[in-house]
Structures are given as structure tokens and as C-alpha cells.
Design a protein around this ligand. Structure first.
Ligand code: CXF
Ligand code: ZN
Length: 371
């Protein structure tokens, strides 16, 4: 079939919105009509070359839609089901899935390879017949998607498209960074560094977990204000400013958890984050750093002597088949503000404008809405 998609051919060239050819779903795959897509910073990382992905690519890895066709052997989904995509696949059979650690499912090793999830091949082709790789095996910046069922999560049909799309990556990652990885519990003090799409979910997670103090750090005023609406008790424009606040509100003890969700992670951010954490505190590195970055600033003496922990996380160390429905249930119960995270919506044709607005610091989260 023909569909329309946003394609990136070379880093730092505009997304090209064009008609592409989409093959029918093969065994273990489904065809989905896309209803909404979230505009995560990782697509921008591919755009600017921070994240080397196979090109040309159909962008987008946050999305929701309705199943319109089943490939051979698909039994867990039916035509008409609403799904959220998950960039973390869950095979349910590997050692990690079996242990409840779907965030490190073995199928994830294929995410940055060309084409579809193994057994592979290409379903997406441009008008000249060139094969296209769907980003992270998803490609949500397209009116239709062919997806492996391992990358789909069936959700309540009553959930509106935008929140259904946001839980594919940013919300689940930010939320889980606080609850699963930093293990924040009631009464604790949390610092969230970077209050965009990930950070505003992290702030909400800290609120839901009952944190006493939630300090949102961002140089952009719009994001600090939004952090306040999502539950931050204090805001600061830098980690240095936050350190003064945390010192005073904790009587010098400092924060139980520090969550690093800036647009891009850099090695020199680790030392100031370390000094925001208390003795035995947890520092969670969530944001993506340039892939070859090896150097970090860290006071190793203080790390050991103060018994601090630095923990990396992918997908907020969450399990999509558990956490996506959980988070959407919390949204329905009024405990998570997902609609409020979207500053602006765009049509597919406006995708470049959406990313320009992200660069200009105008959006907490942008979303593409399909007809
Ligand atoms: C992803 C980005 C690509 C590699 C895996 C993690 N995070 C989502 O934004
Ligand atoms: Zn993402």
C-alpha cells in the first residue's frame, strides 16, 4: 500500500514528508493505522548525528494506532485493537523478560540494525525503490506502520491517541527513572535535571511516589514553570543553584535521588550531580550522551567515601507490558497529567517545524496528530 511518512536520508537535512510503499505485514507482524506520534529527543539525536542510525529511516518511535491487518500467526492482537508501540521489544521468552526485566529484552540488540525486527527484511520503500529502516523498528512518523507484535502493547480502547503515544518512550522512561531506578519512596528529596519530556514525567513520578521535596532544574523558564505545575516544589536554572536550594531544604543532608534527564547527557554533568546527592544517594543517568563519549568528571574519592551510587537506565528500567498499561491507568485515574505535557501538536507535514520548536525550547513535548 501507499502511505505518507517523514524520511531522513542524511543527518542535518530536513525530514522529507513523502509517499512511501509499505509492504503487507509478514508472519508475526501487524499493520497499524497511526493516530498520534510523540516527538522525542532521540529522533533529533538521529537527525543531528549524535545517534548513528541506519539511514534512510522513517522517523519516530513514540506512537499509537489501531490494528488494521494481521500477519500470519498473530493471535494476541485483533483488527480494531488500539495499541501503543514500545521501542523496547518484549519477546517474553528470553532470560531477561522471564525475570521481569523486559527493558533489557534480548530482541533489543537489533534496534539499531537496518530493516525490520528479525527475521528481518524491509517493508518500507521510497518512490525510487530504496529500502527504508523504521526507527527503532517502529517508524511512527507515518500514517501507517508495519510492526512486529513484540513492539506493540494492546491498550484500553478509550485512551485518547496522544497519551497513548507518549507512554511509548518518554513518559515511561522518565517515570521509571524515579520509581524503578532511583527507588524513590515517600518523604524523600529528588532533583530532576532537565524538565522536558522525560523530566516532566520524572517530576510527576516523584510526586506520585510521595517525595517531600522535588527540585526541577532547567535553564529554560517555560520548562521550570511546567515543572512547578507537574509537582516540583522548587525550581532552579542550574545544578549549582539547585545545590544551594537542596542544601537549605535538607539541612545539608542533600538529595536521596538525582535524575539526569537533560536533552543531551555530557560527562562533565556527573560531578555536579554527584554533589547534589546525599551520602548513599542514587544518581540515575537517563539521557543519551554522544555515543563515543568516554570522559566524565567524577570525584572518585567522594563517590566511595560517601557510598554513592551511579545507575544507568534504559526505558526507566521498566517492563512495557506491565508499565504502559499501568501508566495509562494512572492517567485515566487523574494521577498523571499526560495531555498537559504536550505544548503543541503538528500535522505530519509540520514535522520539521515541530523539531525547530524543540530546538528553540518552546515545547515540553510536541506531538504529531493524524486524521
Ligand atoms: C532510545 C534511543 C535509541 C537507542 C535506544 C534508546 N531511547 C529513546 O528515546
Ligand atoms: Zn524516545
Amino acid at each position: 500500500m501507499r502511505t505518507r511518512a517523514a524520511v531522513l536520508r542524511e543527518p542535518n537535512t530536513a525530514w522529507s514528508v513523502e509517499e512511501i510503499e509499505l509492504d503487507p505485514p509478514e508472519a508475526g507482524e501487524v499493520l497499524v493505522r497511526t493516530t498520534a506520534a510523540g516527538m522525542c529527543h532521540s529522533d533529533e539525536h538521529i537527525f543531528d548525528g549524535t545517534l548513528p542510525a541506519p539511514l534512510p529511516t522513517v522517523g519516530g518511535h513514540e506512537g499509537a494506532g489501531v490494528v488494521t491487518e494481521l500477519g500470519e500467526g498473530v493471535t494476541e492482537l485483533a483488527v480494531g485493537d488500539q495499541i501503543s508501540v514500545s521501542f523496547i521489544p518484549s519477546c517474553g521468552r528470553c532470560r531477561w523478560c522471564a525475570a521481569g526485566q523486559q527493558y533489557i529484552c534480548d530482541r533489543g540488540m537489533h534496534l539499531m540494525s537496518p530493516g525490520m525486527m528479525p527475521p528481518g527484511g524491509f517493508r518500507h520503500h521510497d518512490a525510487d525503490g530504496n529500502d527504508l529502516t523504521p526507527m527503532l523498528k517502529l517508524g511512527t512518523f507515518a500514517e501507517h506502520m508495519v510492526l512486529n507484535v513484540d513492539s506493540t502493547i494492546k491498550i484500553d480502547p478509550d485512551i485518547p491517541p496522544i497519551p497513548a503515544a507518549l507512554v511509548s518512550c518518554g513518559v515511561t522512561t522518565g517515570f521509571g527513572s524515579v520509581v524503578n531506578r532511583a527507588e524513590i519512596t515517600a518523604g524523600e528529596t529528588v532533583v530532576v535535571v532537565g524538565c522536558g519530556g522525560l523530566g516532566s514525567a520524572a517530576v510527576q513520578a516523584a510526586r506520585v511516589a510521595g517525595a517531600r521535596n522535588i527540585v526541577g532544574v532547567d535553564p529554560v523558564e517555560l520548562k521550570r514553570e511546567a515543572a512547578g505545575r507537574f509537582g516540583a516544589t522548587h525550581t532552579a536554572s542550574s545544578m549549582e543553584e539547585a545545590a544551594e536550594i537542596v542544601k537549605s531544604i535538607t539541612n545539608g543532608v542533600m538529595a536521596d535521588g538525582v535524575i539526569l534527564t537533560p536533552s543531551v547527557m555530557h560527562g562533565e554533568m556527573l560531578a555536579p550531580a554527584q554533589f547534589l546527592a546525599r551520602k548513599g544517594g542514587r544518581i540515575v543517568v537517563t539521557a543519551i550522551a554522544p555515543i563515543e563519549q568516554m570522559d566524565v568528571q567524577l570525584n572518585l574519592f567522594e563517590l566511595a567515601m560517601m557510598n554513592k551510587e551511579i545507575r544507568g537506565t534504559i526505558f526507566g528500567s521498566g517492563s512495557p507490558r506491565r508499565d504502559i498499561p499501568h501508566l495509562l491507568g494512572m492517567y485515566q485515574a487523574g494521577q498523571l497529567q499526560l495531555d498537559e505535557m504536550v505544548t503543541r501538536t503538528y500535522t505530519l507535514d509540520e514535522v520539521n517545524q515541530g523539531y525547530q520548536d524543540m530546538r528553540d525550547g518552546k515545547n515540553i513535548r510536541g506531538a504529531i496528530v493524524f486524521d
